[in-house]
Design a protein around this ligand. Structure first.
Ligand SMILES: Nc1nc2c(c(=O)[nH]1)N[C@H]1C(S)=C(S)[C@@H](COP(=O)(O)O)O[C@H]1N2
Ligand SMILES: [Mo]
Length: 556
């Protein structure tokens, strides 16, 4: 094994040990952030918006695993190079490690909910352990270069590869302090250290619930009986009501193989955010601040305060602006929450007095993410909600526990702040997270439709084939869906299920009498205002994809 690779391996093993310790502490004590997640998060934050945007367009939701992979490889390489550097200049290498410590601490402190002293101690201890392991490995292979006897010229000569390596090798052989071990033992020692580090990383991740184990804990059911008022469905004791919805009528669903359920189960609800690991918030410690221009009575509501206001259930379809035509980044939830307008009125906001200075409602999350939309939307009658429940249970952690916003008719990136901690009324000049990254300032959901019951390239047999799926234009509703089986030359009106709500998607089906041959299926929807979705194709960036969902099939 060459000297260079031994040193490199020693450094990388040390890095794994350091990460292992840091992740393990994070798993045991959440207020010490995962340095790893913090670093990745920091990279996302510091990357210019256009690149982040491109990353999302190019890689879709794979951008996060790709980022993590790059970070792992990058860190191992840096650690390996530092160990190699240590052979020549231990001082410089130490300076490098100190720089890593500073970067790690800065990254950790930009995470929400940090216990500062414990975090600094953890990072320093993890790095010291990593350095110690690397140094021991270097020493065990007789490579430690800190022998004072070494002359300048000798050190310089190492830079020319072949003869220099011979020089190092001779030192290796005659090493005084080193417990020179052979290649096999070196690999055993280093591999052992790396394996221990990896095990610690795994244990930490599991404890922190960042892995699959985190999803196993299902959200608790909602119980509003403890909150004042306590009545359901129309009771008005103390002016507080908790309105719930009856189960959706059967007529609102069309039961055909492949049709998505009318209300998306929480576990299948699409997931998009910039958080590498969801903020874990203790609902008892959480609060929501309402502040800013035109807020006469700035508030700080606790979870209990919020649930003791009048609550309601609403069926609302949420969609992501980066959904491709025919894509899956759209779901329909039954949300429980408080009308955003009620919360604003409680904070002394007068809907008649919204002016330039309070034109934009900005939601801010525990992890610093922001989204903003026109304040008037909160008062225009739609059921814009401060949400704490999904499908009758608490919000799942990944979907914003304990509280998020959901606004019918707006894409998530301008409205649906998860892990909500602050609502601020501001002027229109403030640009929220994705606006800074070149997406449109206003994000109304475009009318769209999708074929769900027939998949592309499917071999079908002639006869009656139901072509069905969902169409959505939240807050405008769907008035018509048409299906074409000849690539858009002729259109057939589909049968519509009952509209559950103007804010939700609508099931449709067209019973197609399929003849043998190749066919191009398409679907298009018309919203409640009579506008049909455009055939013109556009990418998701910057305002949402357009065009008709198209599926090619061959019938035998
Ligand atoms: N805090 C926070 N909230 C967020 C986001 C985010 O990155 N961070 N992403 C938004 C986007 S782009 C969408 S489409 C929706 C997705 O919500 P879901 O993951 O519950 O489906 O959340 C929105 N809320
Ligand atoms: Mo989104």
């Amino acid at each position: 094994m060459r000297v260079g690779s031994r040193a490199f391996f020693a450094g990388a093993a040390g890095a794994v040990v350091a990460f292992g310790i840091a992740e393990l502490v994070h798993g045991l004590y959440q207020l010490v952030p995962s340095v790893f997640v913090a670093l990745a998060q920091g990279i996302i934050r510091l990357t210019p918006g256009s690149i982040v945007t491109q990353g999302i367009e190019l890689l879709g939701t794979a951008d996060i695993p790709v980022l993590i992979a790059c970070l792992v490889v990058g860190t191992l390489v840096v650690a390996g190079l530092l160990a190699y550097l240590a052979l020549r200049s231990p001082l410089l290498a130490l300076a490098g490690v100190s720089a890593l410590a500073v970067i790690a601490i800065l990254a950790a402190f930009s995470e929400p909910f940090v216990a500062p002293i414990f975090t600094v101690i953890t990072i320093l201890a993890a790095l010291s352990a990593g350095v110690t392991v690397s140094a021991l490995l270097l020493k065990s292979s007789g490579l430690r270069a800190s022998e004072p006897a070494q002359s300048e010229s000798e050190e310089e000569s190492e830079e020319q590869s072949v003869p220099a390596m011979a020089g190092v090798r001779s030192r290796e052989a005659h090493s005084a302090g080193g417990i020179a071990v052979d290649r096999r033992n070196f690999l055993l020692l280093g591999g052992g250290a790396a394996a221990a580090g990896l095990a610690a990383v795994g244990a930490g991740r599991l404890l922190a619930g960042g892995g699959a184990a985190g999803e196993a804990s299902s959200p608790k059911g909602l119980d509003l009986s403890g909150s004042s008022g306590g009545s359901t469905s129309g009771g008005t004791t103390g002016g507080v009501q908790h309105k719930t919805l009856p189960p959706p009528p059967d007529a609102a669903s069309i039961d055909v193989e492949g049709m998505p359920p009318l209300i998306t189960p929480a576990k299948d609800f699409y997931l998009i955010d910039t958080a590498l690991s969801s903020p874990r918030i203790n609902a008892d410690q959480w609060s929501l601040k309402i502040k800013g221009s035109g807020v006469k009575n700035p508030l700080e509501l606790s979870y209990k305060d919020l649930q003791s206001m009048s609550t309601r259930e609403s069926d609302i379809t949420l969609s992501c602006v980066s959904n491709e035509v025919g894509g899956g980044l759209v779901s329909n939830g039954r949300w429980t929450g408080v009308m955003l307008s009620d919360v604003l009125k409680e904070a002394g906001v007068d809907p008649g007095k919204i002016d330039k200075s309070s034109e934009q409602l900005v939601g801010r999350s525990a992890d610093g993410w922001t989204a903003g939309f026109r304040t008037e939307i909160a008062f225009d009658g739609r059921e814009a909600l401060v949400v704490f429940g999904l499908n009758g249970s608490e919000l799942p952690v990944k979907h914003g526990f304990p509280v998020r916003l959901v606004v019918p008719g707006l894409y998530g990136y301008v409205s649906a702040t998860k892990w909500l901690t602050e609502i601020e009324l501001a002027n229109w000049d403030f640009d929220a997270y994705w606006i800074q990254r070149t997406w449109n300032k206003e994000g109304p959901i475009k009318t769209q439709s999708r074929i769900d019951t027939v998949k592309g390239k499917e071999k079908l047999s002639a006869g009656t084939i139901p072509i069905g799926g969902v169409a959505w234009a939240p807050h405008r509703g769907i008035s018509k869906v048409e299906v074409s089986t000849d690539g858009g030359e002729t259109w057939n009106e589909a049968r519509l299920a009952e509209q559950l709500d103007v804010d939700t998607w609508r099931h449709y089906v067209y019973e197609w009498d399929a003849r043998p041959g190749d066919h191009t299926l398409q679907v298009r929807a018309t919203d409640g205002e009579g506008d049909t979705q455009t055939a013109e194709k556009s990418k998701p960036h910057p305002g949402g994809a357009t065009g008709y969902h198209t599926v090619n099939v061959s019938v035998a």
